[in-house]
Design a protein around this ligand. Structure first.
Ligand code: NIG
Ligand code: FE
Length: 405
């Protein structure tokens, strides 16, 4: 079995052992070791410790000199839309000149313009785009990522999106209820089609299902119908909720035992309290709020009330064109008033929990998958401190060196 010794790390930072998902005081419980090593064996972490306690190793061991670098767990991006064609750079210019995101959507632009471009790509084109985006993610230190469909909205393109995500190493989520495509008169007619024609195969390819519960997209009754059918087909549940308006996403997520409810920019006090009493993870997407010049979600209130939180990029062409979790950690500290420790937990173990993977990754500890993101920094908090810089230096995934800058 191949062994890899990552040695002489300036610091190693990992969420401490604890319950999943982390919440309350545990959200900020991070252990830091100075002058540390990580020993990987095959795709697992074998041992972690201080250099001075490292016993001589028998047999063949490859060494990675990590002097001047800090290790954090391989980052986990639990909310992104990487399966799309074209771009929205024209729309970006229109928004810069004052056009509203929801207005553009209502006029048939926005998400639906990406739907046409995605359908036009074909399965091979889609596969190439998702692979390209996976490369961007890796360069930013992301070793585990989710990928939603939702820009096909026909049978062929939705299934091709899920296959492309799975084949590129992502965790596929069927966002079959993202928008109503132009060939249907209304949301219910579209859902009749999607649940009858797409769900049976989507349930074999995807791990989870997601819905955009929002004015102009799907309402709470339609979201319930979609999610219940997906749950009955064996999928875990996610919701895009409270992005622009509170339309019942949190009560529905709690009632159905969803893994997460994502966005929450419009969440009020009752929503904060309800989420804090549940095991549904609130996934905050500060880059999307920034990109659309919208209010930030009430992150501090959620954290203080004890809600479990994760952070993600929401990478997509329309509302968040970034693949950088280090940038998200920066925004978490400067805009959401979370601590660097809370941000780290939110992009590692709690994000892994949203993907059903917390038993396997999200911390640096023996037995877990050997995923490490090494920062070119004297202190691990540069992960958030360095604003949109090139802080990621080396990436180890499954015990192998997969990226180096
Ligand atoms: O999470 N809110 C809906 N879906 C995406 C944006 C999709 C788009 O604008 O293309 C989001 O922000
Ligand atoms: Fe999204």
């Amino acid at each position: 079995m191949t062994r890899l010794l990552v040695r002489d790390l300036a610091q190693l930072a990992t969420p401490a052992a604890g319950g999943v998902p982390r919440r309350g005081a545990e959200l900020g419980a991070v252990e830091v070791l100075e002058d540390a090593y990580v020993l990987c064996a095959g795709d697992r972490i074998e041992a972690v410790g201080r250099m001075r306690d490292l016993a001589p190793l028998e047999g063949d061991v490859e060494e990675l000199d990590a002097r001047g670098l800090c290790a954090v767990p391989g980052l986990v991006d639990c909310h992104l839309h990487p399966a799309f064609g074209g771009d929205r750079v024209e729309e970006f210019s229109l928004r810069a000149a004052g056009a509203g995101y929801e207005e553009l959507h209502a006029a048939g632009g926005g998400i639906l313009s990406t739907v046409s471009a995605t359908r036009a790509l074909g399965a091979d084109g889609l596969r190439a785009r998702v692979e390209r985006h996976a490369g961007w993610l890796l360069a930013h230190g992301t070793t585990t990522w989710e990928g939603k469909s939702g820009y096909g909205l026909d049978r062929e393109t939705e299934l091709a999106s899920l296959r492309a995500v799975r084949d590129a190493g992502g965790s596929p989520t069927w966002l079959g209820a993202h928008s109503v495509p132009p060939e249907f008169d209304d949301a219910d007619a579209y859902l009749d089609f999607a649940l009858a024609e797409v769900l049976p195969e989507a349930a074999r390819l995807a791990d989870a299902a997601d819905v955009f519960l929002e004015r102009g997209a799907f309402d709470a009754v339609q979201a319930r119908r979609y999610l219940e059918a997906c749950r009955d087909a064996g999928l875990a549940l996610r919701l895009h909720g409270d992005q622009f308006t509170e339309a019942g996403a949190i009560p529905l997520a709690v009632e159905l035992g969803a893994r997460s409810v994502d966005h929450l920019e419009a969440t009020g006090d009752d929503g904060v309290r309800m989420l804090a009493r549940s095991d549904v993870v609130g996934v905050l997407l500060p880059a999307s709020a920034l990109f659309l010049d919208r209010p930030m979600p009430p992150a501090r209130a959620l954290a203080d009330a004890g809600a479990p939180l994760a952070l993600a990029t929401d990478f997509n062409p329309g509302s968040s064109f970034t693949t950088s979790l280090p940038l998200i950690c920066s925004l978490a500290c400067t805009q959401l008033h979370l601590s660097p420790e809370e941000a780290l937990t939110a992009v590692t173990v709690n994000a892994a929990q949203v993907l059903g993977l917390a038993a396997d990754r999200g911390r640096i500890a023996p037995g877990l998958r050997a995923d490490l993101t090494l920062l070119d920094a004297p202190n691990w908090r540069y992960l958030a401190y360095q604003l949109a810089g090139d802080v990621v230096s080396v990436v180890v995934r499954g015990g192998s060196l997969v990226a180096r800058r």
